[in-house]
Write a protein that binds this ligand. Structure first.
Ligand code: GLN
Length: 190
């Protein structure tokens, strides 16, 4: 098994460091030939519009769409969740380039601006025992999920912050910033 981290923009280095700590040897993925060498891919947090444009520019949208959820397990954190989502609410005309492979609807910047970023403890038994420390940075919200999608973590108010559809995983928070590798371990087993 080879795990890649999409390294076009955003906090891919933090994901790579977490993976190294649990004994994986991640590949930084920027181009289709690098994508071809991995069967797990993390799409990091960052700016989904920028990552989407770079995916289009580097000819990555089509090969990713063709494999995501099939022979390629994909985990999107924050901006990565937006890129995976089939629908993004309140899009400007023309929208942004996205993958649109996961049956979820998201709202970008749902909790407000950068200053409204927050940290909260999250209960998610799927990731193992004990609460996770959730870091939400200008996070999207998963507003609704399709039938084949499982909500695996919620905020106390009920908002979905982690979802899984087969070999696709989305978290609106950033486990790579907490030193807790449980979600990375979970993903590698998909
Ligand atoms: N707000 C960013 C976006 O819309 C996501 C922020 C993040 O990844 N931490 O793309």
């Amino acid at each position: 098994m080879t795990v890649g981290v999409l390294a076009l923009q955003g906090d891919f280095r933090e994901h790579c460091e977490t993976l190294h700590r649990i004994g994986a040897d991640p590949v930084e993925v920027r181009l289709p030939r690098q994508l071809a060498s991995v069967n797990h891919l993390i799409i990091p947090g960052g700016e989904s519009t920028t990552i989407g444009r770079l995916l289009a520019l580097y000819g990555m949208l089509e090969p990713l769409r063709a494999r995501a959820g099939r022979d390629l397990a994909v985990w999107g954190t924050c901006a990565g969740t937006i890129l995976l989502a089939r629908e993004i609410l309140d899009q400007k005309r023309g929208g942004q380039p996205t993958l649109g492979v996961m049956d979820i609807t998201v709202r970008r910047n749902a909790y407000g601006s950068q200053l409204d970023s927050f940290e909260l403890s999250i209960e998610a038994s799927a990731f193992g025992e004990g609460p996770l420390h959730g870091v939400f940075i200008r996070a999207p919200q998963i507003e609704s999920i399709g039938r084949g999608v499982e909500a695996i973590a919620r905020l106390p108010g009920g908002g979905i912050v982690a979802a899984r559809q087969g070999r696709l995983l989305a978290t609106t928070f950033h486990p790579e910033l907490t030193g807790d590798a449980r979600v990375h371990r979970y993903f590698l087993e998909l």
